[in-house]
Design a protein around this ligand. Structure first.
Ligand SMILES: [Ca+2]
Ligand SMILES: [Ca+2]
Length: 330
C-alpha cells in the first residue's frame, strides 16, 4: 500500500503484507493524502482482481476494563485494563481509576506489558492514579494493567463499580490523546450466615418431635405435625442449597417462624368437644357448636367461636357437629 499527495511521488510503502483470505484488512497510521495505490507483489497462473476497496478513517483508541461478574464479600480478585485501536506510538500514559471505596479496596496495580513501566502512583479514597512510560514506544494494545482488588463485606448483596475515569496517552512529540472513560460492574455477594436458620430448624424439629397428636389437652390436632414437618423440610432445603442468598435465608426464617407459631397455637388447651368445660360430653357441647355453625376464620368474631372448630380446619360446620355428637354417644 502506497499513498501520495500528487499521484507521482509515492515514497515507500505505508503497509505491506500477504493476503490470507477473500477479505484483507490493511492497517496503517493515519495519513493525509490524495491518492493511494495497491501494488500486487504475488503471482498466480490464474486471473486475479480487486473487486471492492473500502477506505475507513482512524478508529478511536479505547480502553476496556474486565473483571469477574461476581465475587463474595472478603474475596480478593483481579480486574484487567486493556487498550485497543491505539495506532500512534505511545510513550507515556496517565491512568486515573475510580471505584466505590465502600465496597472495594484497590490494593495495587501491575503492568502486564513488558515495555510499560509504572513510574509512580498515588492512591486516594476510591481512586488511584498511575503514571506509566512505554520505553521504545512499542505497541500498547492488549492487556495493560492488572488491578488487585478486594471486595469488602456489605450487609447485603451489592453491585460495585470500578472505572477508568481518565486515561491520557502521549506520543513522542508530547501530543496527548484522552480516551473515553469506561467502567465495569462487579456483583458482591454478602456472606450468608445460616446459624439463625439452623437454630430455628432445630427448635421447630424439637417442637415437632415432642408433640403428640390426639384429642387430649396438650395434644395437637391430627395432621398438624405433618404440616410443620413439611415447613421444616423446606427450610432445610434452603439451608443446604449451594449459592443460597441472604434474602432466601431471611425468607426461609420468616416462613418457618410462621409455621412454628401456627403449630404451637393449635395445641388443645381444653378437651376438644367439651366446649362448656364441665368434664362431660353432653348435648350442651353440641349446642355450642350449633350456635357457632357457619363461622369461619374469615369471620370478624372468629376469636370468639374458634374453639368450636373442633378439627381445626378454619370453619365450624357439619364435621365439627359430627365430632361432638360422636363423643356424646361414645
Ligand atoms: Ca361438656
Ligand atoms: Ca371445623
Amino acid at each position: 500500500m502506497f499513498v501520495s499527495n500528487d499521484g507521482v511521488n509515492w515514497g515507500s510503502a505505508v503497509a505491506t503484507g500477504t493476503g490470507t483470505g477473500p477479505v484483507i484488512t490493511v492497517n496503517f497510521p493515519t495519513q493525509t493524502v490524495r491518492y493511494f495505490k495497491i501494488v500486487q507483489t504475488g503471482t498466480s497462473s490464474s486471473w486475479w482482481s480487486i473487486r471492492e476497496v473500502r477506505v475507513y478513517g482512524p478508529t478511536a483508541p479505547a480502553a476496556a476494563l474486565a473483571g469477574p461478574p461476581s465475587v463474595t464479600a472478603g474475596q480478593s480478585f483481579d480486574a484487567t485494563l486493556s487498550l485497543s485501536d491505539v495506532v500512534t506510538s505511545v510513550y507515556a500514559q496517565d491512568i486515573q481509576l475510580a471505584y466505590d471505596s465502600t465496597l472495594l479496596n484497590l490494593t495495587s496495580a501491575e503492568s502486564l506489558n513488558s515495555n510499560v513501566v509504572v513510574v509512580d502512583q498515588k492512591a486516594g479514597a476510591g481512586s488511584m492514579r498511575l503514571l506509566t512510560v512505554n520505553l521504545g514506544g512499542h505497541d500498547v494494545n492488549g492487556d495493560l494493567l492488572r488491578l488487585h482488588l478486594t471486595a469488602l463485606s456489605p450487609g447485603d448483596d451489592a453491585t460495585a463499580s470500578i472505572a477508568v475515569s481518565k486515561l491520557t496517552l502521549a506520543d513522542a512529540t508530547g501530543a496527548e490523546t484522552d480516551l473515553d472513560a469506561v467502567s465495569t460492574s462487579i456483583g458482591i455477594k454478602a456472606i450468608v450466615d445460616l446459624s439463625a436458620l439452623n437454630a430455628l430448624i432445630a427448635q421447630a424439629q424439637a417442637a415437632h418431635d415432642a408433640a403428640v397428636e390426639g384429642l387430649q389437652i396438650g395434644q395437637y390436632p391430627a395432621g398438624t405435625k405433618a404440616v410443620l414437618q413439611a415447613a421444616i423440610n423446606d427450610s432445610m432445603a434452603v439451608a443446604a442449597a449451594p449459592g443460597v442468598t441472604k434474602a432466601q435465608v431471611t425468607q426461609a426464617i420468616s416462613a418457618l417462624n410462621t409455621a412454628l407459631q401456627t403449630f404451637t397455637q393449635s395445641v388443645y388447651t381444653r378437651t376438644p368437644g367439651d366446649l362448656n368445660a364441665d368434664g362431660k360430653f353432653t348435648i350442651g357441647d353440641l349446642a355450642i357448636v350449633a350456635a357457632a355453625y357457619g363461622k369461619t376464620s374469615a369471620s370478624p368474631d372468629w376469636a370468639t367461636y374458634q374453639f368450636a372448630d373442633i378439627n381445626h380446619d378454619g370453619v365450624v360446620d357439619l364435621a365439627d357437629l359430627a365430632e361432638v355428637a360422636q363423643r356424646i354417644l361414645q
